[in-house]
Design a protein. Sequence first.
Length: 440
Amino acid sequence: MSEQKPKPKKPRGVARLQDGKCIACGARCQSSCPVNCIEMTDSGEPIVETTKCIGCQKCVKICPAVAIEMYFTPEEQQILATLAASSVPVEEEIDPEAAELAKKLARYRGVWVFVEQTEGEAAKVSWELLGVGAGLAATLGVELCAVVLGEDVEALCHEAFAYGATKSYLLDAPVYRNYRTEAYVEGCCHLIEAHKPEVILMGATGMGRDLAGAIATRVATGLTADCTGLAIDDKRNLMQTRPAFGGNIMATIMCDKFRPQMSTVRPNVMPMPERREGSTGVIIRDPFTVPEESVLTKVIEIIRDSHGKAGVDITGAEFIISGGRGMMGAENFSLLQELADELDGVVGASRSAVDAGWMPGDRQVGQTGKTVRPKIYIACGISGAIQHLVGMQDSDIVIAINRDSAAPIFEVATYGIVGDLFQVVPALIAKIRELKRVGK
Ligand SMILES: Cc1cc2nc3c(=O)[nH]c(=O)nc-3n(C[C@H](O)[C@H](O)[C@H](O)COP(=O)(O)OP(=O)(O)OC[C@H]3O[C@@H](n4cnc5c(N)ncnc54)[C@H](O)[C@@H]3O)c2cc1C
Ligand code: SF4
Ligand code: SF4
């Protein structure tokens, strides 16, 4: 009888700091080590006690500066090379903590988009999210589902199918007629508990921000607000990209230990998907309701914002003519209004112009203003600070007018005009009027 050979063990190596790479992030590596084998120097760099290191790679994975690598002795490298070349199965040492986590995460499947509605009318951002959600669901190989809460709102489930969802969870009852945090949190958490989605996307609107935060707290998961990019990594984690540190860097945030992974995205950040008339899907109508007496908030009246005559909704405009500090004063914005009138557009502004009191806050474009995606965005006397760019750089065409040829706005401009806006804008208006006359 032949004796069975023991399966070769894969060497795990030990952690090692790479010279000059540590950014002293605050000892994340030390906190992640399960066997306390990392000490920190006075300058905030780690020293690994290699005799205690079990090669779990937790410090390697957590380090934001990719400063720690795994070190293998020449003998271990030899074993690794042999194992790689042979067909003998390798006995992987399983980290019980990691295995438990993987089991927990595997219970969650599916990409959900919350369909925000007011008086039965869906917010456009919900459909934009179905567009990006479809890509995520395809990468993950799971269903794209809409979550609809309201009264008599089944039509929104069908609308969600037209924008790419294949399933809609519907809570349809009088208590959900108008958005109220208590009722919607109860309803959504009930659905999450029952069906366990791995990703939930919501609009970064007043309603979405309020609801997402409350749900994330209740189900004890992470939430990334105002994402500008969403993708899936090779471990099924959602990579949520958003501006950080005042917009000076783009951070990719992961929620790799908790589910669902929740993100909000501002309107107009994601492109609108194509509407496919006649698409169908499955509606899961859930009878779960919340007793009206348990909801303390009562909605007396809904007063719509920015749709009245006084307000201007710049987010839906196809042509935006924005002015910055280069406009020199509130009175000069009438020049931009003239150009906007010729193009049937609206006037926007940089934060400097808003802070100076030249334009109202609802016209501000940028990180702390509105995100816009018009066909044409004309930036007049705007330098192009990153906080402004994140709000308009996805416009189809950007025309920049600035007298400083080195202004960063020219880096995102489709067409750049270096010159004095007080000469260029009147010349543009005159040219458009002339073309209109000739065209008549
Ligand atoms: C946390 C945070 C959030 C922010 N959020 C926003 C935001 O949402 N939106 C936003 O816009 N900013 C935001 N900012 C501010 C941003 O950093 C910039 O300060 C701001 O965008 C600059 O506005 P501006 O381009 O109008 O002014 P400036 O940077 O002063 O630029 C004026 C430009 O006008 C040009 N100019 C002057 N005169 C003329 C002329 N006659 N003809 C042609 N060109 C002329 C100049 O060459 C210059 O490039 C934020 C900042 C922070 C820290
Ligand atoms: S590899 Fe694991 S055991 Fe070794 S130092 Fe890093 S965290 Fe600690
Ligand atoms: S996690 Fe990385 S950057 Fe942070 S202290 Fe440790 S080695 Fe340095």
